[in-house]
Design a protein around this ligand. Structure first.
Ligand SMILES: [Fe+2]
Ligand SMILES: [Fe+2]
Length: 421
């Protein structure tokens, strides 16, 4: 069952791909050029090494066999010292073969059974590292592009803009108006670690991610201002006095957790975005014309950038436990708190809070067979896999029509909208 007392014995071959292989291929078959990176990082990380105990490692880089030492720095990075050369490998370390054997030996359910506890803990950390390798990637044409737009949502837009129904409209109002503080939080959490990222493609994606989330926050703030003028003042108050200060505090005192929480919430937004496009008959099509473009635009961009926070997290931390802890917190907020905390004052103002029909239909909309929180169950639970990557869900095809139409100018024309930048 267990292959040697040292987890790295089981790995066999360690290959480090070239710089341009950040866009991973789910099928595998990546280049195995290591020497350039080995020498480019030579010595740079010697001072940063933490004494977590070196492990003997045997294998091959490129076509050359080696034996040397490896040292885990974080859950997702490993330092290799081979001969006189030292290199650090983050997400781009690729471990060829033996992954299943490692999983069998050190997978989540087997860790406790291992006779050597320390080796098992090291094994788990290596599993976390492996989780960030050999992952899926979007198709070649995938790019992330901010598209600043001013929407046609005004004070004259209908109050019950979703299916002409108070409960469902207020659900989306409650959710959408968390985006201004929420998406600014995402940007702060990711940008906080920008200096630690050396991958040029990921750095470019961080900037585009910040641009997209910034424009989303602004668009939803405009909608929130309208709701405040309509008398739904609790939303702005909750943002200002509860949500925003809490998220800013998380950024200040627990930046790693803030990033993990961002990763978890981005999984939620990607999941809801996927849902809203894949089942547009249940979502986008039921929205009033003024709101349809906003939903479509936001959903497409959420799918486009769904892996950015995750990739940053894997490079700077990568802890599986923190990611899962954050997801449990995010789920509690989304599924449990959002409705009672944010929707109750809105429904009270509409005079339907104590109407049993409202709740019967509303709860079935949320948790029923085709409920917004129930339909994406399979998508949601993927996040709990150790080797999860957002692009394991290959949904780029869902946003291709939007991207093409936007590119050609057709989408803006058909929606009667203009870019603001
Ligand atoms: Fe967003
Ligand atoms: Fe996002």
């Amino acid at each position: 069952m267990f292959h040697g007392s040292d987890p790295l014995d089981a790995i066999g071959t360690v290959q480090a791909p070239g710089r341009d292989s950040y866009r991973r291929n789910s099928i595998g078959g990546r280049p195995d050029v290591a020497d350039r990176r080995m020498s480019s990082t030579n010595g740079r990380f010697l001072k940063r090494s933490t004494a977590q105990g070196a492990l003997q490692v045997r294998g091959g880089i490129g076509k050359s066999p080696f034996s040397g030492e490896s040292e885990m720095l974080t859950g997702s990075s490993v330092k290799l010292r081979i001969g006189g050369v030292c290199g650090i490998y983050n997400q781009s370390v690729s471990v060829a073969g033996e992954r299943d054997r490692l999983r069998e030996a050190f997978g989540p359910n087997n860790e406790r059974k291992h006779p050597d506890r320390q080796a098992a803990i090291r094994g788990r950390r290596i599993m976390d590292m492996l989780s960030s390798t050999q992952q899926a990637s979007p198709p070649e044409e995938h790019t992330i592009e901010p598209r600043p737009i001013r929407f046609n949502i005004t004070d004259a837009s209908p109050r019950y803009w979703f299916a002409n129904d108070p409960f469902r409209t207020q659900f989306f109002n409650a959710l959408f108006t968390t985006f201004p503080p929420g998406e600014n939080f995402f940007v702060r959490s990711v940008v906080h670690y920008r200096d630690r990222i050396r991958d040029p493609l990921l750095l470019k994606q961080i900037n585009a991610f910040a641009g997209q989330e910034g424009t989303h926050a602004n668009a939803h703030q405009d909608h929130l201002d309208i709701l405040s003028r309509q008398g739904y003042t609790s939303l702005e108050r909750e943002n200002r006095y509860i949500i925003d200060p809490f998220l800013k505090l998380a950024n200040r005192i627990a930046p790693r957790f803030a990033l993990a929480l961002t990763v978890a919430l981005e999984h939620f937004t990607a999941m809801l975005a996927h849902q809203s496009i894949a089942r547009s008959d249940l979502f986008r099509d039921l929205a009033h014309e003024d709101f349809k473009p906003l939903m479509e635009w936001h959903a497409a961009e959420e799918i486009e950038h769904k892996a950015v926070a995750f990739d940053v997290y894997q490079q700077v931390d990568g802890s599986y436990r923190r990611r899962i802890g954050a997801m449990i917190g995010a789920t509690f907020f989304m599924v449990v708190l959002l409705v009672p905390m944010r929707m109750t004052p809105l429904l009270y103002r509409d005079g339907v809070l104590f109407n049993w029909r409202t709740w019967r239909d509303g709860l079935s909309f949320l948790y029923g067979r085709q409920g917004i929180f129930r339909m994406p169950w399979n998508h949601y639970k993927q996040f709990y896999r150790r080797d999860f990557h957002p692009w394991d869900v290959q949904d780029f095809d869902l946003i291709r029509p939007f991207r093409d139409e936007y590119q050609s100018g057709l989408w803006l024309e058909a929606s009667r909208l203009k870019r603001t930048g």
